[in-house]
Each structure stands twice: as structure tokens, then as C-alpha cells.
Ligand binder design. Structure first.
Ligand SMILES: C=C(O[C@@H]1C=C(C(=O)O)C=C[C@H]1O)C(=O)O
Length: 182
């Protein structure tokens, strides 16, 4: 993946509230980008009978990008749990996702062995889970070569555990589902 820009190229990715993206976003995409329940479940249903699969690209402790640290309210340079995946239907990545969780409050024993099981299927089983506002970008993911119309992010909270989940919807998903370009 040497032709990718360095991760920090997207350090100042421009995120706007979901409502502010409405004029540029088709109703069909808004149903995906604005959905607040499990994306894993939605993709599994929309992609059937193709099998849904999480492909783990990277999972490690590292330094979040500046826009990620800001979204989580942590100091720049503070280390966090990072996870990058491709959510695939059959052979095609439809969504790439990057999740960032501060180490304080991290249930590391539960997340360390997630592997290729979906973070969403774990998250949505957590009692008292809260989800913050969805923000939207048209900047690329920065860690994967595939491009697409929209990225979104939101912070999930349960007690003192927080995770910023960022998901980029890819052109392959638009093609397979016959969705508009934006
Ligand atoms: C947050 C969800 O989980 C999905 C699964 C992810 C993973 O396994 O790392 C990451 C982002 C999500 O798209 C969801 O299903 O809504």
C-alpha cells in the first residue's frame, strides 16, 4: 500500500454535522449514512446472500490523528487502541472502518481478541450504550486505497469507555446496490 498518503494527511479531515450534508446527499445515501443501529446488521441484510465478513487490516496501540483526538476530547499524542477493518460482502470491501478508543476505560480483555468478529456485534450488546451525533466527510479514509462518496463518524459511550467509530462507504457498495454516486 505504498501509494497511500501518510495517515496524517487526513489529520485535518473536514467533518460536518449530518444535517449540514443533506443538500449534497441523496435520500438513498442518507438512509445509510444517518442510520444509528448496527451497520454490521444492515450490511449483512443488504448484501445477502453474499456472505458478510470483517477483514482485519490492523489492530494495535498507537497515536490517533489530530481530528480523532479532538473528537474524543483527549490530548494530541495520547496513545489509544486503534482498529482498522474492511467490511466485505463476498470478495468486495463495501465499507472500511477505523475505530479509536482511549486507553482509560478500555475493556481490553474483551476487545483484544475480537479478531474478525465485528466490533458492532460486541458494541450493540453492551447495556447502556449511547451514541453521539453523526458527522460526515467527503475526504477519503487515508488508510485504504478504495474510495467512495461518504465517510461518517460518531462516538459510542458506555460508562467511562469511549470509542470513535469512523466508517467510509465505498464505490463497490454503491455499484452492487445500485446507489446514486453521492
Ligand atoms: C459499529 C459497528 O461495527 C462495525 C464493525 C467494525 C469492526 O469490526 O471494527 C467497525 C465499524 C463498524 O462498521 C456497527 O456494526 O455499527
Amino acid at each position: 500500500m505504498s501509494d497511500l498518503p501518510p495517515a496524517d494527511t487526513c489529520a485535518l479531515a473536514h467533518w460536518i454535522p449530518l444535517a449540514a450534508s443533506r443538500p449534497a446527499m441523496s435520500p438513498a445515501w442518507h438512509r445509510w449514512v444517518g442510520s444509528r443501529d448496527s451497520l454490521t446488521l444492515r450490511l449483512t441484510e443488504a448484501g445477502a446472500p453474499r456472505p458478510f465478513r470483517v477483514r482485519l487490516l490492523d489492530q494495535r496501540l498507537g497515536t490517533p490523528r489530530r481530528d480523532e483526538a479532538r473528537a474524543l476530547g483527549i490530548a494530541p499524542g495520547q496513545r489509544a487502541w486503534l482498529r482498522e477493518v474492511a467490511l466485505c460482502l463476498g470478495e468486495h470491501p463495501w465499507v472500511v472502518a477505523r475505530s479509536v478508543a482511549p486507553l482509560s476505560g478500555l475493556p481490553e480483555h474483551e476487545l483484544a481478541h475480537l479478531g474478525e468478529r465485528s466490533l458492532g456485534s460486541w458494541l450493540f450488546r453492551q447495556p447502556g450504550l449511547e451514541r453521539g451525533e453523526i458527522e460526515v466527510t467527503s475526504a477519503p479514509a487515508g488508510f485504504h486505497a478504495a474510495t467512495g462518496p461518504w465517510g461518517r463518524r460518531s462516538v459510542f459511550r458506555r460508562g467511562d469507555f469511549r470509542v470513535l467509530v469512523q466508517e467510509w462507504f465505498l464505490d463497490a457498495m454503491a455499484d452492487d446496490l445500485g446507489l446514486p454516486s453521492r
